[in-house]
Design a protein around this ligand. Structure first.
Ligand code: DAH
Length: 336
């Protein structure tokens, strides 16, 4: 019996278990009810006390060794299986991380800036929180002008969230003497009900050209060039006279969209024409407010809505869609 025990202990040391099936074979051979260990324990009961003394200890050792060997192998196989799940599988499909893109309004702004840069306009920016004087007073707004009303403008104690980028004209003219040729993009705010066509904040691009002998013809030609560049060669424009306190004369410029599609009819309210910007010759009072001699210098200014331009260019019908931060919408503008 001792020989048998020693042989089995030897067998255990030589056994290799590398998977669940081999583990089960080992369990059946050694540790099941009819396995070697149990069979030997049963035989052990029948033998004489002297021999019991001799084999008792080795038999117990065999049992312990078989159990330990089994447990170790079981743990090893289980953890191997788990790590097989974690293992890097190079055959799996690849999910690329999303790459960001410029917001379409920023892309349009960049395009417009590039067009005006090519005409020698430099870029300037001003603060979004303005005082009343820069936003209204210096721009020749009367004290009782409706734009100064709480209903139209957001007030922060005595300051305002600028309602237009025209305030940046004032800041620049007070800093520098002519000639000045500037474009001024930025965000503006109005106390308006939010709808598909208007938002309480939006973006503008302001233009300003002050020098000796600047005329309305220069204004028209500059804007005409911009329209051909931005909307495409052959785009028709028209100027309608208008009123802004800071320009005289003032005009609004429309582009021809046509009435070919129901969408065009809706957009142009049936006229085929769409207003894209306001403009005019800088009012002498404005130049005087900025210490620029209005007997020597003249200039033109214009202001356009970037959100509007973006919607036009890309056929977006609801201004709110631009601010949903929905990457399904924004990713369509990748590469602009
Ligand atoms: N500030 C005007 C607005 O927000 C737009 C505008 C009109 C700007 C005429 C100008 C201009 O510079 O000359 O409605």
């Amino acid at each position: 019996m001792l020989d048998q025990i020693n042989q089995l202990r030897d067998t255990i040391t030589k056994t290799v278990i590398s998977n669940a099936a081999e583990l089960e074979v080992f369990r059946l051979d050694f540790l099941s009810k009819k396995g070697f260990v149990n069979v030997l324990f049963e035989a052990f009961r029948e033998i004489s006390p002297e021999i019991k003394k001799e084999v008792g200890k080795p038999l117990n050792l065999l049992k312990r060794e078989a159990e330990l060997f089994f447990e170790e192998a079981r743990e090893r196989i289980e953890t191997n299986q788990e790590s097989a799940f974690d293992a890097f599988d190079s055959s799996l499909p690849v999910y690329l991380n999303g790459v960001g893109s410029l917001h379409p309004i920023k892309a349009v702004e960049n395009r417009l800036v590039a067009i005006f840069n090519s005409l020698g306009f430099d870029i300037s920016e001003g603060p979004e929180i303005e005082d009343d004087w820069h936003n209204f007073g210096a721009l020749n707004f009367d004290d009782d002008h409706p734009a100064r009303d709480m209903q139209d403008t957001f007030f922060i104690s005595t300051d305002v969230l600028r309602t237009h980028t025209s305030s940046v004209q004032i800041r620049e003219m007070r800093k520098k003497q002519p000639p000045l040729r500037l474009i001024m993009p930025g965000r503006v705010y109005r106390n308006e009900a939010v709808s598909s066509r208007s938002n309480c904040f939006f973006h503008q691009l302001e233009g300003l050209y002050i020098d000796k002998g600047v005329t309305f013809a220069d204004l028209k030609q500059t804007l005409y060039y911009f329209v051909q560049q931005f909307f495409g060669d052959g785009t028709e424009v028209r100027f309608r006279s208008s009123y802004f306190p800071f320009t005289e004369p003032s005009a609004e410029m429309d582009i021809w969209v046509g009435t070919a599609t129901p969408e065009d009819v809706r957009l142009t309210k049936g006229t085929g024409w769409l207003e894209v910007l306001g403009c005019g010759m800088v009012h002498p009072n404005v130049l005087d407010n900025c210490d620029i001699d209005s007997t020597i210098y003249t200039g033109f200014a214009f202001g356009m809505g970037l959100d509007r331009m973006t919607m036009l260019k890309y056929g977006i019908s609801d201004i709110r869609d631009l601010f949903l931060n929905d990457t399904r919408l924004l990713s369509q503008f990748r590469g602009l």
